[in-house]
Every structure is written in structure tokens, then in C-alpha cells.
Design a protein around this ligand. Structure first.
Ligand SMILES: [Zn+2]
Length: 143
């Protein structure tokens, strides 16, 4: 989360590139009715730049959980690992949907740590996904 002004053209690029979805929990702006934030993957305070390669789209809940963190503990091993980096990693390499499509499963240490740190399976998100699944709009196709 940042208060630094991000130029409009960069905001539009990030939103379009992400397909109007949070790049962490995959929530759709259209289904949630909420605009996502443009997040610095590596925070400004940690030396991250305001450039396309360091920006991603993040919903308010993910952004609010991530704050300035760049790493977290893998709940399986306790080892500290880097959080998922949407510009340098593929979502489907680190996460998968549960069979019913409502829960995000961490496939790797990075994925598990990110699920925990960003609370990707918070109760409200699971409740919303349950509704989206019931109308055939979730989970999204993965690139
Ligand atoms: Zn999110």
C-alpha cells in the first residue's frame, strides 16, 4: 500500500494487464464491484520503483494484508520465503483452486506463505467465491 501517486497511464496498463483481477486472490473487479489498488510488489520503502515491472493489481483486502511485506513464513516448514511476485512468477505455478473452486491452495513454499500472509482464503472471499461458482463465473481461467 502506498500513497505515492502512480501516473494514470501506468494504472491503466496494470489494470488491463491483470484483466481487472486481483493478481493475488484473483477476485474480479466486475464480480466484487470494487476497484483494485495498484500495488508496488517491492514497496517503495524497500527500494521498489514505480514502474510497470514492479506494479500489480491487488484488491483492498490483499493489499491491506500485504502492506510492505515481501516475505513470510511457509506454514509447513516455518522457513521465511519471498511472497508471490506477480511480475516474475506465474500464479498457476504456486497456487491452485480447491476442487470446489472456493479455496486457494498453496502448491509451493512461496504459495503457502502468500496464502497465509495475504489471507487469501479469508471468510468473505470464500463466501463470495461460493456465489461466483454457483453462477458459473469462478474460478477464472489461468494463463
Ligand atoms: Zn486479492
Amino acid at each position: 500500500m502506498t500513497t505515492t501517486r502512480i501516473p494514470l497511464h501506468l494504472r491503466e496498463l496494470v489494470r488491463q494487464r491483470a484483466g481487472n483481477r486481483c493478481e493475488y486472490c484473483q477476485a474480479s473487479e466486475w464480480l466484487s464491484g470494487q476497484l483494485c489498488h495498484v500495488d508496488h510488489v517491492v514497496p517503495l520503502a524497500a527500494g521498489g520503483a514505480t514502474e510497470a515491472a514492479n506494479l500489480c493489481l491487488a484488491c483492498a483486502a490483499c493489499n491491506g494484508s500485504k502492506l510492505t511485506r515481501t516475505d513470510a513464513a511457509d506454514p509447513l516448514t516455518g522457513e521465511r520465503v519471498a511472497l508471490f511476485h506477480p511480475r516474475q512468477q506465474q500464479w498457476s505455478d504456486h497456487f491452485a483452486w480447491s476442487t470446489d473452486g472456493t479455496t486457494i491452495v498453496g502448491l509451493t513454499a512461496c504459495g503457502r506463505a502468500t496464502v497465509e500472509a495475504l489471507q487469501l482464503n479469508r471468510a468473505l472471499a470464500v463466501a463470495a467465491r461460493t456465489l461466483w461458482v454457483s453462477i458459473g463465473r469462478h474460478p477464472p481461467d489461468q494463463a
